[in-house]
Design a protein around this ligand. Structure first.
Ligand code: R2B
Ligand code: URA
Length: 309
């Protein structure tokens, strides 16, 4: 497939996920980090029925999520789940019916490279109104470890609700606000039988795990414990419920594309109580299924509605 001959990126409904007319000049678009392109792969046949794009840091977690969605959507899997990006070796991407489950690595640059190619992939596949989710891990601020946080907005390292990207030598700011109606629908999936708390609030998204998140346990640190606590309490007073490394850019790029999106993270510790993640590996693995449960419930309900239309 190529764009040659087309004079608009708009789909039949007049919408487009892409805002870049330069793409119309490409004979073939190579989605390099996905190991796919618009000439050798029939992207409409491969991905045309996707509705829910779910991203998370690790390849393992996103494979588990795909397997989980196959069970809850009752989609029988013949053989093993196939990593559809295996030629690129950077990320892992699995497809189960309407769900695309993709890993994005750690931090904003790793995630945005993946995310921009997935947005283009959705466009070339002709997907209408996809919804994007980040299934993440984080440090909590004043809530019990193991809680789930649905983000309302992302806060950057200098405490602004924007994602800042230098473009052609100038720093540009993009709003980092998430879709309120989708957050509310996710929060509404909570059940009184759940063995975890679910919160909504702001998410502090940093470019570093150590000093960037006010830790005292990195290889470098020139501030005091009191400085750290003052800062974390300031975050809390601003409405921040958790700290991770992607939400601002995730919110900004989905917003720019006009995609409904949400970030749902589990917290591995309460940062008001410490810096190190000391909970056992098996408990952490168990906690990581909590955001999957929340998003899984939403997808099952939403997918049933689209099928009955
Ligand atoms: C949460 O966990 C990772 C760092 O350990 C990072 O990707 C994030 O946002
Ligand atoms: N991920 C983060 O970015 N920070 C934490 O404290 C835990 C997980």
């Amino acid at each position: 497939m190529s764009n040659a001959g087309a004079n608009s990126l708009k789909q039949q409904d007049g919408k487009s996920l892409l805002k870049n007319d330069h793409l119309l000049n490409l004979e073939v678009d190579v989605l390099y980090h996905l190991g796919l392109d618009t000439s050798s792969n029939d992207l409409k046949a491969m991905f045309g029925d996707v509705k829910y794009v779910c991203m998370g840091g690790t390849k393992y977690r996103m494979r588990e999520f795909a397997a989980y969605m196959a069970v809850v959507l009752e989609i029988p899997q013949e053989g093993k789940l196939v990593n559809l990006t295996k030629h690129s070796q950077r990320y892992a991407m699995y497809k189960v019916g309407p769900v695309l489950s993709v890993s994005h690595g750690i931090g904003i640059p790793s995630m945005t490279v993946l995310m921009q190619e997935v947005i283009k992939l959705m466009h070339y596949a002709g997907v209408k109104d996809p919804e994007f989710f980040r299934i993440g891990t984080s440090g909590g601020v004043g809530i019990p470890a193991g809680s789930v946080v649905v983000s309302s907005w992302g806060l950057n390292g200098v405490l602004e609700r924007t994602y800042d990207l230098p473009i052609l030598g100038t720093t540009r700011k993009f709003p980092a606000i998430l879709d309120n109606s989708l957050s509310q629908e996710l929060l509404a999936t909570a059940s009184p039988d759940d063995d975890f708390e679910i919160h909504s609030g702001g998410t502090f998204a940093t470019d570093d795990f150590y000093r960037g998140q006010a830790r005292l346990d990195g290889p470098f640190c020139d501030y005091t414990d009191a400085d750290k606590m003052t800062f974390l309490k300031k975050l809390s007073s601003m409405g921040v419920k958790n700290i991770e490394m992607e939400t601002t850019a995730f919110a900004a790029f989905t917003g720019e594309a006009g995609i409904r999106s949400a970030v749902v993270c589990v917290t591995f510790l309460d940062r008001l109580l410490g810096d190190q993640v000391t909970t056992s590996k098996s408990t952490l693995l168990d906690w990581q299924t909590r955001p999957m449960t929340v998003i899984g419930r939403y997808i099952v309900k939403s997918y049933q509605k689209t099928k009955s239309k």
